[in-house]
Design a protein around this ligand. Structure first.
Ligand code: PGA
Length: 251
């Protein structure tokens, strides 16, 4: 049985004081049976890390640069994140792929740097609405898997987030069946590229307009092992409502 993973991606939101309050609200009621994480903006990582110290909540980063140090103006390294207590980091989030225009080869370098540095890699994949309508969803996510290699060998430190671009921040989530179809396909791809045991251990979480009222049904799907939450992670109550759905799955 895979331990569900539920993480909040706060994106470019909060102030220092609202970030600390939100983090404390999450930490206070964090469930014991699922893995919970929050990924605040870089500049609040330190304060949020202190706010959740001693709790079960994992500190996460939304992005990182793949080089260890040097002349890379504006960038942040894996070692810097670890210095602040970061435990997981996203790579390939849809907004970095499509808004910031990050190419697949850069995402691949980041993913491997995150893993090699000892952090949990949360690798995000997902199709645009045009790709879905052209029936290209599975080939697209399969191609995005080419960003990963067998160097990523510990299934406990790889989490795949399936996030259809058209569902992110739109209020229109994938149906349970749409999510399950892609998650099952991704698990099969993991088995082909690594092996079945590895595939059975990797958490595959869903993201895209997940809310307390749709989280239970999505997480009831056999291959949905939790969620990556944007908008609904900005209030402790709604985020914890989704955590509660994950706990039910675990029970
Ligand atoms: P959303 O974002 O929950 O606001 O749709 C999800 C994500 O981008 O991780």
């Amino acid at each position: 049985m895979r331990t569900p993973f539920v993480a909040g991606n706060w994106k470019m939101n909060t102030t220092k004081s609202t970030a600390v309050d939100l983090a404390k609200g999450v930490a206070k009621s964090a469930a014991a049976t699922v893995d919970i994480g929050i990924a605040p903006p870089f500049v609040y990582l330190d304060a949020v890390g202190q706010a959740i110290a001693g709790s079960r909540v994992l500190l996460g980063a939304q992005d990182v640069y793949f080089k260890p140090n040097g002349a890379f103006t504006g960038e942040i390294s894996v070692e810097m994140l670890k210095d602040l207590g970061v435990r997981f980091c996203l790579a390939g989030h849809s907004e970095r792929r499509h808004v910031i225009q990050e190419p697949g080869d850069l995402i691949s370098l980041k993913a491997h740097a995150i893993y090699a540095g000892g952090l949990i890699l949360v690798h995000c994949v997902g199709e645009t609405i045009d790709q879905r309508e052209a029936d290209e969803t599975l080939p697209v996510v399969r191609r995005q898997f080419d960003e990963l290699s067998e160097k990523i060998s510990d299934p406990a430190r790889l989490i795949v987030a399936y996030e259809p671009v058209w569902a992110i921040g739109t209020g229109r989530n994938a149906t349970d069946a749409q999510a399950q179809e892609v998650h099952a396909f991704l698990r099969q791809e993991l088995a082909v590229r690594w092996n079945k045991d590895f595939a059975d251990r990797v958490r595959i979480v869903y993201g895209g307009s997940m809310k307390p009222d749709n989280a239970g049904a999505l997480m009831n799907q056999a291959d949905v092992d939790g969620g990556l939450i944007g908008g609904a992670s900005l209030k402790a109550d709604s985020f914890l409502g989704i955590v509660a759905a994950a706990e039910k799955k675990r029970a």
